[in-house]
Design a protein around this ligand. Structure first.
Ligand SMILES: Cc1cc2nc3c(=O)[nH]c(=O)nc-3n(C[C@H](O)[C@H](O)[C@H](O)COP(=O)(O)OP(=O)(O)OC[C@H]3O[C@@H](n4cnc5c(N)ncnc54)[C@H](O)[C@@H]3O)c2cc1C
Ligand code: FES
Length: 281
């Protein structure tokens, strides 16, 4: 049985069921655990990750980009950058892989009940935020204004573009921006913090920020909202570090006193501010 609590090293057998090209170098994989027992017991929360094992290559930490329903498939969106992710990129439906997980902390959405929520995503950082969007949609009436600000390098790098309209219809304000526009792009150009600066934050003390993306982007996003009066304890980041064991034993993922695999990847900003170097505000 797949349980990171009792058998953190157990690799569950799985198969790729479907692959979708999301953007250049980025694909979404639907993965089915082979054992019925594993499928029934697997449960994760938004922001958690699995270790995906490519036979003969190794493991990589990859966030869930959808929450699995009991018996359902695992969904991961992956940017191909190195050994494991390149091996994954050439898989096709029916190919085998291994899964350990889920691991790590999750977005503390319960703290956002009754508050305005701002989700800030950069590049592949939208993948770990997407289950949070799903969770918000399931309980939309519990939150105030919800804004999702998405930055990408170019328009073709924007992820999940097919979903934006349905998210907007469900009362999530979706705004996008790109670093470099294409000829037919009529949207925003510039860093994602420009969107933040334009966003009216009417009740800063009642606003929660959840952000994932390059650390420099998260740093500027945090700076922008701190200037507008959002308190430190309402700021949540998801951090990436090299991972090996994912269970707090190897030290690869250490950030100051924190092991990102256990205490993270989702951490309150004021827990990691000394290592993100933006606490001058
Ligand atoms: C909690 C968590 C969640 C994550 N979620 C996702 C996700 O949802 N989607 C996603 O795409 N990624 C995600 N990542 C990132 C992913 O785990 C890393 O990109 C991982 O390193 C990929 O493994 P790999 O074997 O393909 O790449 P690696 O081989 O580990 O290479 C990673 C990077 O290091 C560089 N590199 C490799 N070898 C060398 C070398 N010898 N010298 C110098 N540089 C080198 C590569 O160019 C690449 O940029 C997550 C990471 C964490 C910690
Ligand atoms: S990955 Fe080994 S301690 Fe975190």
């Amino acid at each position: 049985m797949l349980s990171p609590r009792t058998e953190p090293w157990a690799v569950a057998a799985a198969r790729v069921r479907d692959v979708k090209d999301e953007a250049p170098g980025v694909q979404t994989y639907w993965i089915e655990l082979s054992e019925a027992g594993d499928r029934e017991t697997y449960a994760a929360k938004p922001g958690q990750f699995n270790m995906l094992y490519m036979p003969g290559v190794g493991e990589a930490a990859i966030s869930l980009s959808h929450l699995p329903s009991p018996g359902g498939q695992l969904v991961h969106t992956v940017r191909s950058v190195g050994n494991v992710t390149r091996a994954l990129a050439v898989t096709k439906a029916g190919d085998s892989l291994g899964v350990r997980g889920p691991f790590g902390s999750y977005w503390p959405l319960e703290r956002g009940i009754g508050k305005d929520l701002i989700l800030v995503a950069g590049g592949i950082g939208l993948a770990p935020l997407r289950p949070l969007v799903d969770e918000i949609l399931s309980h939309r009436q519990q939150f105030g204004r919800v804004s999702l600000l998405i930055g990408a390098r170019t328009p073709s790098d924007l992820l999940y573009t097919d979903d934006y309209e349905s998210w907007r219809t469900a009362d999530i304000e979706v705004q996008t921006t790109v670093d470099r526009a294409a000829a037919d792009w009529k949207g925003n150009v510039g860093v994602v913090t420009l969107l933040l600066n334009r966003l009216g934050i009417t009740s800063p003390l009642q606003t929660m920020i959840f952000t994932c993306g390059p650390e420099v982007m998260m740093t500027y996003a945090i700076r922008a909202v701190r200037e507008r009066g959002v308190p430190r304890e309402n700021l949540w980041v998801s951090l990436e570090r090299n991972m090996n064991c994912a269970i707090g034993q190897c030290g690869h993922c250490q950030l100051g006193p924190h092991f990102i695999c256990k205490e993270g990847p989702v951490l309150r900003y004021d827990q990691v501010k000394n290592w993100m170097h933006v606490d001058s505000l």
